[in-house]
Design a protein around this ligand. Structure first.
Ligand code: DHB
Length: 512
């Protein structure tokens, strides 16, 4: 709701708040806050009301995590409808407590911009409670996601009492948190989660959101292993130094990927159907776009990592040997950085003597460079438990059971672990995996998908393959969503960077 309405509402409700709160445990109490201040990196102070430790379900299982905090800036944005940034700090699919805003990430910036901020806690792979002398793991999938959906419902349910507009919720997270943000964006109001949410005592309200901000989402988990090997297999005998057994698994996984790529039936922005045969060119188009933009911003790109630069001995850049970035010549101008990558039959590299340098990319060479910066994961990169090593990955843990036993979540790894080529996941696991994958909800009639998406995956982030964010962004674009997607240059696995760019984008979605 907007602030003027809140003030009017409080006058009308007067002293009845306490009684109302008692009779409805999910009712937000606008009077229960403390006044807090954050010092921003530029030294400015942002003051706000902090509503903390609010339970967002009635059947609280894990009181450490199932709470949320809401922060309302004293100086609200000068607009009638105030957005709410819902930031999750989930990392590694672990549990996350409700946190306070930070001056160095999107939460502090949102408060400075005059937006409302909500930071929910959520259960995760390592959250436990003691019951009847036993340790119970509370955060196995999909419970972390359910908690976040319950938090969204809480904001909607209390829209008339909480400043900010629950129809303008922007979810934000990084890595496993980015995956959760993508799930919040993709699965709004889906009946697949209803039964669980009802049992938890989540508010009876919608849980679709307006926008999802996803930094390096570690998602599409049941295809991520094959996508990783299909992309990075070229490094197996080089920089990755795999042994024979690892190479065998890598090759088996990679062999499954083309069918998956083809099954998606995605199209590039020029309408070209994406297949396993042209998909690497599609990846290249995003990396070239990234390098191109970096050059426009004044970055130096080494000559040794696969990029091929324009050379024109007669042109203004002077020229040089093939593969060298011209070192002299005028710097290109900023702007023109929102163009779709050139891709498709007959497409030539976008090129303009005065603003573009990159004309091509040796992808294998570039992937070798990425692998040399941060060692790659060994195969299988995600569902690793019991295949070549016993150690469970964060994903094996989150798909585990309430006793804390980790589990496989793909037939591939289950078969290898059990040494049984016919083994398959049980029905319950198939369902859990399906409801943790946003790809199953985009372009389906099963949910209300957020209309706006901001997706970033660093150009040297090797935590998952480029296919994961690219497929997510492309599927969303193909289904008509407003998607701002990029592989930012020289970025490793990280989030909430380039906040100027993010908040500019937020503003454009609000001004549509
Ligand atoms: C995260 C990183 C990973 O590489 C992964 O497999 C799962 C989660 C993370 O940083 O949240």
């Amino acid at each position: 709701m907007n602030c003027k309405l809140l003030a009017a509402g409080l006058v009308v409700m007067g002293g009845s708040l306490t009684a109302a709160a008692k009779s409805d445990p999910l009712r937000f109490n606008p009077e229960n806050f403390t006044q807090q201040t954050l010092t921003m990196p530029d030294g400015s102070q942002v003051s706000y009301k902090a509503y903390e430790g609010i339970f967002y379900v009635t059947n609280v299982e894990d009181s450490t995590y199932q709470t949320l905090n809401i922060y309302v800036p004293d100086k609200m944005a000068d607009r009638t409808r105030i957005p709410i940034l819902l930031r999750t700090y989930i990392g590694g699919y672990a549990a996350s407590t409700a946190k306070s805003p930070s001056a160095s990430d999107a939460t502090g910036r949102a408060l400075k911009e005059g937006y409302v901020v909500c930071i929910p806690g959520s259960r995760g792979s390592n959250s436990t409670i003691e019951r009847d002398g036993r340790t119970i793991y509370t955060g196995t999938a999909p419970n972390g996601l359910l908690d976040l959906k319950a938090a969204v419902r809480y904001l909607r349910y209390n829209d008339a009492l909480i400043p900010g507009d629950a129809e303008l919720i922007f979810t934000d997270g990084t890595s496993a948190g980015g995956a959760m943000s993508s799930l919040l964006g993709a699965t709004g109001n889906s009946k697949d989660y209803d039964e669980y949410l009802k049992k938890m005592g989540a508010a009876d309200a919608r849980d679709d959101v307006y926008a999802a901000i996803c930094y390096c989402p570690i998602t599409d988990l049941n295809h991520a292993d094959m996508e990783y090997e299909w992309l990075y297999g070229c490094t197996n005998t080089g920089v990755r130094h795999l042994d024979e057994a690892q190479i065998k698994i890598s090759n088996e996984l990679a062999a499954e990927c083309p069918d998956y790529i083809n099954s998606l039936k995605l199209t590039a922005s020029d309408g070209t159907l994406l297949t396993a045969d042209n998909y690497k060119d599609y990846i290249k188009s995003f990396l070239i776009e990234s390098a191109h933009r970096a050059l426009q911003e004044g970055c130096e790109i080494p000559d040794t990592i696969g990029f091929i630069f324009y050379q024109d001995k007669s042109g203004p850049m002077g020229g040089g040997p093939t593969g060298m970035r011209p070192k002299d010549g005028p710097r290109p101008q900023m702007g023109d950085d929102r163009q779709a990558p050139s891709f498709g039959p007959g497409a030539r590299p976008r090129f303009n003597k005065t603003s573009d340098f990159v004309t091509g990319l040796d992808l294998d060479k570039y992937l070798g460079y990425v692998a040399s910066v941060t060692p790659l994961k060994t195969p299988p990169a995600f569902d690793q438990m019991g295949v070549l090593i016993d150690t469970p990955s964060p994903e094996n843990k989150v798909f585990g059971n309430t006793k804390g036993e980790a589990a496989n979540f793909t037939d591939f790894s289950l078969r290898h672990r059990l040494n049984d080529p016919k083994a398959s996941l049980d029905k319950e696991m198939v369902k859990r995996v399906a409801i943790m994958n946003p790809m199953n909800y985009i372009d389906s009639d099963k949910s209300t998908v957020a209309p706006n998406w901001y997706i970033r995956h660093g150009a040297k982030d090797r935590d998952t393959s480029f296919l994961v964010p690219i497929n997510l962004a492309t599927k969303l674009k193909n289904s008509g969503k407003n998607v701002d997607f990029a592989l930012p240059w020289n970025r490793p696995h990280s989030g909430d960077y380039n906040l100027d760019d993010l908040f500019r984008w937020i503003e454009t979605t609000l001004n549509k």
